[in-house]
Design a protein around this ligand. Structure first.
Ligand SMILES: Nc1ncnc2c1ncn2[C@@H]1O[C@H](COP(=O)(O)OP(=O)(O)O)[C@@H](O)[C@H]1O
Ligand SMILES: Cc1ncc(COP(=O)(O)O)c(C=O)c1O
Length: 270
């Protein structure tokens, strides 16, 4: 057997299976890599209360213990972060990345769940900006997160996305993908990729119905899988866009509140 390719997610649990650590591990598997995980939060969604999300962060010391286990065999080929849940967990994540000389770090700066419109925890958003962006080979904010990280607030145009990407690059991330997704009006699902010099527009026709619960996590996990397999950043991002589009096309209606992606969609379409 050829060498095992190791990927890691530091993220929350979405018991409904579409997003979070579940999305990441399924995506890592689709890329033929061996997934590791450190759980940061547990998220539940309440069908008796309009699918309201409750977020339960895990003690940061337990996250640190999980990371000690994870890195006991050396660094990963690539890793990502998702929902981190508290400033202490952001710090533990920063220390694990630095202490283990981990490269190929993809930061998905999760601040909101789809359908919920408040920043989960403003202090952790600031900690992600200050402590994790400087370690990122790629950061993947959605429109809302790009507004918070860049300080621009509400973004509603391609020009605004480009400006945010430039500002976020200035915070230390080596490459930035600002995801327009369904939050940007129009017929196309447009993302802006910025490498510090050039902007590349990644776009596909918007898929309807938009079974996109977990799309952001899946996209970042696919970039991570691509990097772990030796793709360049440009190649990994382009393939991830195809991967997530296929995942949305093959998504399904779980209940009246949510339609998750299917992480195996890319394989089905091949
Ligand atoms: N309805 C859709 N059709 C096609 N692509 C979509 C759709 N919704 C989201 N995407 C794409 O899925 C990826 C994740 O974006 P988004 O859903 O905005 O992220 P997040 O889950 O972090 O809010 C992006 O590449 C985005 O353009
Ligand atoms: C644990 C967890 N991480 C991340 C997310 C964000 O999901 P998405 O990829 O749809 O933005 C969610 C949303 O429910 C979640 O529960």
């Amino acid at each position: 057997m050829s060498r095992i390719i190791k990927t890691l997610t530091i993220a929350g649990s979405d018991s409904s299976g579409g997003a979070g650590i579940q999305a990441d591990l399924k995506t890592f598997e689709e890329y033929g890599t061996y997934g590791f995980s450190a759980l940061t939060t547990i998220v539940t969604m309440d069908p008796d209360n309009g699918w309201h999300h409750n977020v339960y962060p895990i003690d940061a010391a337990i996250v640190a213990e999980q990371l000690k286990t994870v890195f006991a065999g050396g660094p990963m080929d690539a890793m990502k972060t998702g929902m981190l849940g508290s400033v202490e967990i952001v710090r533990v994540t920063e220390q694990a990345i630095k202490g283990n000389l981990q490269t190929n770090v993809v930061i998905d700066p999760v601040m909101v769940c789809k359908g919920e419109d408040e920043v989960l925890n403003p202090e952790s958003a600031q900690a992600i900006r200050d402590l994790l962006l400087p370690l990122a080979i790629v950061v993947t904010p959605n429109l809302f997160e790009a507004g918070v990280l860049s300080g621009l607030g509400k973004i509603s145009s391609i020009e605004g996305m480009k400006e945010a990407a430039r500002l976020i690059h200035g915070l230390g991330a080596r490459h930035v993908v600002v995801k327009g997704g369904k939050a940007l009006g129009g017929e196309q699902a447009v993302d802006i990729f910025f490498d510090g010099t050039e902007y590349t527009i990644l776009q596909t026709a918007k898929i309807e119905p938009a079974h996109n619960h977990g799309a952001g996590c899946t996209f970042a996990a696919a970039i991570t899988g691509g990097l772990a397999c030796g793709l360049s950043v440009n190649e990994a991002v382009a393939k991830a866009k195809d991967f997530v589009s296929a995942a949305i096309r093959n998504g399904y209606t779980f209940n009246k509140y949510v339609g998750p992606v299917f992480h195996g969609g890319y394989r089905l379409e091949k």
